[in-house]
Design a protein around this ligand. Sequence first.
Ligand SMILES: [Ca+2]
Ligand SMILES: [Ca+2]
Ligand SMILES: [Ca+2]
Ligand SMILES: [Ca+2]
Length: 456
Amino acid sequence: MKPTHTSTNHCIRSPRNRGTILIVTIWIITLLAGMALVFAHTMRIEERANGNRIYQTQSRELANGAIAYAQAAATQAIDTELAQDPQAVGDDWIVLITPDEEQDDRASYGMIDEAGKVNINTATQEMLEKLPGMTEELAAALIDWRDGNSDVTTNGAEDEYYLLLDEPYTAKNGALESIDELQLVKGFTRQIIYGEDTNRNGVLDANENDGDESEPPDNADGTLDPGIFPYVTVHSIQSNQNDNGQNKPNINNTNLNAVSTVLQEELDAGRHAIVMNNIRNNRPFTNLIDFYYKSQMTLEEFDKVSDKLSQSNGENVRGKININSASKKVLMCLPQLEEADVDTLISYRSSKSQEELTSIGWVTEAFGEDGREKAIAIGGVITTQSNQYAFDALVIRAKGRSYARRYIVIDTREGALVRSSQDITHLGWPLNHKVLTTLKTEDDDPEEILSDESLK
Ligand SMILES: [Ca+2]
Ligand SMILES: [Ca+2]
Ligand SMILES: [Ca+2]
Ligand SMILES: [Ca+2]
């Protein structure tokens, strides 16, 4: 279900009066700052600092609106259609910028599924190396950065390297907390992480396609190299517990009682006996896909039970990739897959509705009889669940005279927890400048302007 504008407004309406006062204030400050240009240099600097302080206050308030909106959007039905339209929040307008592999000539709107990305804290070196622009050296350095030991992986880097830098520090030897943190890892530059898309809007802007003529340096080839940023996350995590609060039974447990109970709930007595016999005779299992093949369940049976079973212990599982939402570049990182295999997966899933893609079992059908090995190769790192969403929010106030950008990650495992919130206003206006000009000069409904394809 798509939330209506009305319900969203109702939930997170911001204090209107305070906003109006702030807008008036910022205009007075702007006028003062303008007048100050004729005064002494020091005077000018003071006025500008004052203006910045006011702007920061307003920006914070705009960002609070964005966070409230992201939380509301994440807790209302999780639907791929959700949040693709501009939303009114009080007197402000919010659009969510999302990268779109298919087009780099205009911005796309929507929320971003963190499970549709490669988790840089859990991906194997093989998977990391398959990210665009990555090398064996970069992947090895990342593995060393995050692993708990100080043994240097081939081509990697531990303390010995970092302690010799001009401003020395030690290797993290722990999980990364943000993608920005990659800049501390040997070899990772802004170029590797963000590519040519320095304003992070998923659009090839003029300065990103003119070579060295203006910042950033780019290859002027007419297509946007977005770096690895759109394809990586540190946030993907899902619960490994069933509704009863117990860990999902591990298919490789010595005692199969719990697995048997799960199967009993969904299979009739005859099928249950046959499947349990297959399970007993064919252990252990590499992962749930291997379990599916060896148990000789039907896909329909597996769809019903797979989400209640597990291939690991522990309360949570990190870093699984949602095969229903991952982009082609992310699917390319799955173990052992070639481009043709990824195309097979993409064409299969686009021929089905989301309801038909309930469990990871669909990859076995997509790959067919000969694809058993490939399906098992990816079986341990894939999921059809998503619990974390990123909102690259552009908040627009006063017909575009003021705006803020926030990158917010919401965890929906229990309610809508804000995992991170980063002010990215400094990256600049992310949409076509015609949109901003039209917002400022025309009296049309902001929603129409923001949705107008001809302006994008
Ligand atoms: Ca290490
Ligand atoms: Ca751009
Ligand atoms: Ca350039
Ligand atoms: Ca390029």
